[in-house]
Design a protein around this ligand. Sequence first.
Ligand code: ATP
Ligand code: MG
Length: 262
Amino acid sequence: MNSITISPQKKTTPSVWSESSIPLVSVLAHELRNPLTNIMLTVHLLESKILDDNDRMYIDIIRRSSTKINDLINDLLKGQRKDEIKTEKHSIHQLLDDVIELASDRLILKKVIVKKNYAPYDLKIKMDSPKIKIALTNIVINAIDAMPSEKGELKLGTKLIKGRCAVSIQDNGIGISKENLPLIFEPYFTSKQNGVGVGLAATKDILQSNKIDVRVESLVGHGTRFILLFEKNRMTAKIRNLNGHQHTITGNRMPVLIACEA
Ligand SMILES: Nc1ncnc2c1ncn2[C@@H]1O[C@H](COP(=O)(O)OP(=O)(O)OP(=O)(O)O)[C@@H](O)[C@H]1O
Ligand SMILES: [Mg+2]
């Protein structure tokens, strides 16, 4: 009979649960899966019993949200594995569309209008896309939280600034005061009744480890804009010249400014 015994930490044999072996975030993500599976199974059972269209819509939202949490947990668990840290080239427009899809139920429930103003060419950037997706989703969810129901307008833009890809996420929400602005990336800073204050602290870590600069502009009563600036030498762009031929340019050969519309 084969057996293995995991005992509480001895100095000579590090525990498989220790921070150095498996990061706490992976343990947490793993544990979240159990109650999530229960939710998904219960929703599945309820689906066959609910006939009213309105109630079905709410069940659909629970099902879609649970699936999204499950996908995020899978991405997170994969991303934490040391052998699978991936910095692959990824379309920034695709990434933003994925983020909007992740937040779609919240956008629908709050009746927020989404306006996209993407650069007319596809920008591909070398990055750890599952983590960047989490970072961008945190920014978007905060933007949705800050906006009033039925009057919210979320603007997403991409453009090149001095040869660097800039992504802007802008809301017309409550804005951030001058006093609070320097605090928003601090762990556990929150102005929300049910907030934890973890979203932007985690976002900052992810952006920093992917060498992305972030700038936040805000006006109380008018709204907030997050601008993310990606590193120049991680980018490629497919551009058509005047006679319609498509060509790819990379990193430092990127023109200073191709298009500029926020
Ligand atoms: N778009 C925004 N508009 C207004 N305030 C914002 C915006 N984004 C962030 N903030 C402010 O920054 C604070 C910190 O945001 P953060 O995402 O870290 O925490 P949270 O949203 O309060 O809680 P959670 O941990 O659940 O995300 C918010 O409580 C809010 O005061
Ligand atoms: Mg948040």
